[in-house]
Design a protein around this ligand. Structure first.
Ligand SMILES: C[S@@+](CC[C@H](N)C(=O)[O-])C[C@H]1O[C@@H](n2cnc3c(N)ncnc32)[C@H](O)[C@@H]1O
Ligand SMILES: [Zn+2]
Length: 192
């Protein structure tokens, strides 16, 4: 019988948590594996208050321009999860440009899943792929500067710049496979 994601899910929840919170060299606090987490395991659900993009932007409107800290996670064009309200420990998972986890949407609910085997003591991380806007200032990459320290670090938690559009099915396939992303806090336009 084909092994499905539903079968691996139950494994993840059977004992004590496979992760714990501690200080991270990347940023603030992070989540670290307490034992081996095999590839393909659903580790934790990213939970929090489900709000609109407008509400998410409003909540972050008071932040300083150079404050890139966010607990927001984009589900789709309508819904954002604010893990700052009612969130669990998953909100402390940091970004990496060479991650060991990814976030998979299951019926609109985001689950952090391992994409390779993770050793005890290793920090859990996924690629935030923060959304870019057409009116981003040139300094935006610095505001969202990445300190993951991996050989593949692209220097920013923002998604890689979009490549010029090409016709064909490869592009459609890539879009269909695009992972769920963190939401970048609204950026105020700078005065000229
Ligand atoms: C959801 S929080 C993660 C938990 C965070 N370490 C904390 O203690 O609050 C996301 C924020 O952590 C910071 N962060 C996460 N990964 C980072 C990275 N690779 N480089 C720099 N800052 C990072 C950014 O400020 C980001 O907006
Ligand atoms: Zn990086």
């Amino acid at each position: 019988m084909t092994k499905t994601k539903t079968q691996t899910k139950s494994k993840a929840t059977k004992t004590t948590p496979a992760y714990r919170l501690r200080r991270s060299r990347v940023h603030g606090s992070g989540l670290f594996a307490t034992r081996v987490i095999p590839n393909g395991v659903q580790v934790i659900e990213y939970v929090g208050e489900r709000i609109s993009h407008a509400e998410a932007d409003r909540r972050h409107a008071d932040k300083a321009d150079d404050d890139g800290h966010t607990f927001l996670f984009t589900i789709d064009a309508k819904i954002v999860i604010d893990a700052g309200v009612g969130g669990n420990i998953s909100r402390f998972i940091n970004h990496s440009c060479d991650p060991n986890c990814e976030v998979v949407l299951d019926d609109g609910r985001p689950f952090v899943e391992s994409i390779r085997a993770i050793a005890p003591g290793e920090e859990l991380a996924y690629d935030y792929n923060l959304t870019r806007s057409d009116d981003d200032s040139p300094e935006v990459a610095k505001v969202f500067a990445c300190r993951c320290g991996t050989a593949k670090c692209r220097g920013t938690m923002l998604a890689p710049p979009k490549k010029p559009k090409r016709k064909g099915s490869a592009r459609k396939k890539a879009a269909a496979k695009a992972p769920a992303t963190k939401k970048a806090p609204a950026r105020r336009k700078r005065a000229a």
